[in-house]
Write a protein that binds this ligand. Structure first.
Ligand code: KG4
Ligand code: ZN
Length: 336
């Protein structure tokens, strides 16, 4: 039996969670409102906010779980990828706690955390059998991965420029929506017609993705229409959001279909912040029915950044005795 404390601070959410093996006892997330008005995450403000949040968030996670520091089997923290100043807060805190309480430390790759969120106990979600395909879609990453075992991955393809979450966020910004724009595009899309406007889809080889062209095509389209009618965006916001979302989903699905064809694997999982998107979730379920795939959609609370996914990864590493020395430093880039 293991009690694992997870700490996540890679971007703009400070989170701490306690797991009893694969069961979540607590999962506290303090989101940073400060970035909204800047249209994106401001690194200096993010690290400062993590400093403010980290102590109360970890205390609350332990308190709600009813677990004391001395009872922990390990402290798992996000080592990367992410913003250096943000990662430093979680890493330093985890190291200090590990040293003072003599609890083993475990470094976690944030991307592994997103994938392994499927293995957190949830009454409504089945856990995928190995091997399976995972479409990992977030604000910083867009990848198709073959997951062979809890900690064994093969990257089959990734974006050559922007991540799909960035495309959602930058598109949203052009429509005058607050950061992060993904959830706003999702909400507006439900009221709009996705077939009224569509945007350039890239031609990228194999299982790789590209999203920078969609953003440019969206920008030029808006500039062109606004020049003729200055109210164009205001009048068409829902249809523009729906068209953008539809285009992004099409790009993702085309590659998932190709990945299934290439690998012969019919178990397909979604992970990462963009997997909260209702259009993407519905489309995956539809395709799965049509194509006879088994699809795994994570519970909403484990899609965007959270420490439960860091703790579950910590649990699998704990099972393997894969601990980390106190000399560890965070890294902004990390691969699966
Ligand atoms: O995984 P995540 O929380 O952080 C990173 O690791 O990047 O993902 C954040 C991304 C943002 O780009 C955000 O706009 C997007 O996930 N996102 C969504 C939705 N909810 C979050 N995108 C589309 N629809 C959503 N409902
Ligand atoms: Zn993430």
């Amino acid at each position: 039996m293991a009690y694992i404390l997870g700490i996540e601070s890679s971007c703009d959410d400070t989170s701490a969670a306690v797991l009893k093996n694969t069961q979540v006892l607590s999962n506290i997330i303090a989101s940073q409102e400060v970035h909204k008005k800047y249209g994106g995450v401001v690194p200096e403000l993010a690290s400062r906010a993590h400093q403010q949040h980290i102590v109360p968030v970890v205390s609350q996670a332990l308190h709600i779980a009813g677990v004391e520091v001395k009872d922990l089997s390990a402290i798992a923290f996000t080592r990367g990828p992410g913003l250096l100043g943000s990662l430093l807060v979680g890493t330093s805190f985890a190291k200090g706690l590990s040293l003072s309480a003599r609890i083993p430390l475990i470094e976690v790759n944030h991307l592994t955390g997103h994938v392994l969120s499927h293995f957190i106990d949830d009454p409504k979600s089945a856990k995928p059998q190995f091997p399976f395909l995972c479409l990992l879609v977030s604000g910083g990453h867009t990848q198709i991965i073959k997951v062979k075992a809890p900690l064994v991955f093969e990257m089959l393809g990734q974006t050559i420029d922007d991540a799909v979450g960035e495309a959602f966020d930058k598109g949203a910004k052009l429509l005058g929506l607050e950061y992060p724009g993904g959830p706003h595009i999702d909400a507006l899309s439900r009221e709009g017609n996705p077939r009224l406007f569509s945007f350039a889809r890239p031609r990228v080889k194999d299982l790789n993705f590209s999203f920078s062209g969609v953003k440019t095509s969206f920008l030029y389209f808006l500039q062109d229409r606004q020049a003729k009618d200055s109210e164009f965006i205001v009048k068409n916001k829902t249809h523009l959001a729906a068209g953008l979302q539809q285009t992004l989903i099409e790009i993702l699905l085309e590659k998932v279909i190709l990945a299934v064809k290439k690998t012969g694997l019919r178990r397909v999982a979604l992970a990462g912040g963009v997997s909260a998107n209702s259009g993407l979730r519905n489309r995956m379920i539809m395709e799965a029915e049509k194509r006879n795939w088994q699809v795994f959609i994570p519970p909403l609370r484990f899609t965007t950044d959270n420490a439960a996914m860091i703790a579950i990864t910590g649990y699998y590493k704990w099972l393997e005795g894969d601990f980390t020395g106190l000399e560890v430093t965070p890294v902004t880039r990390m691969y699966l």
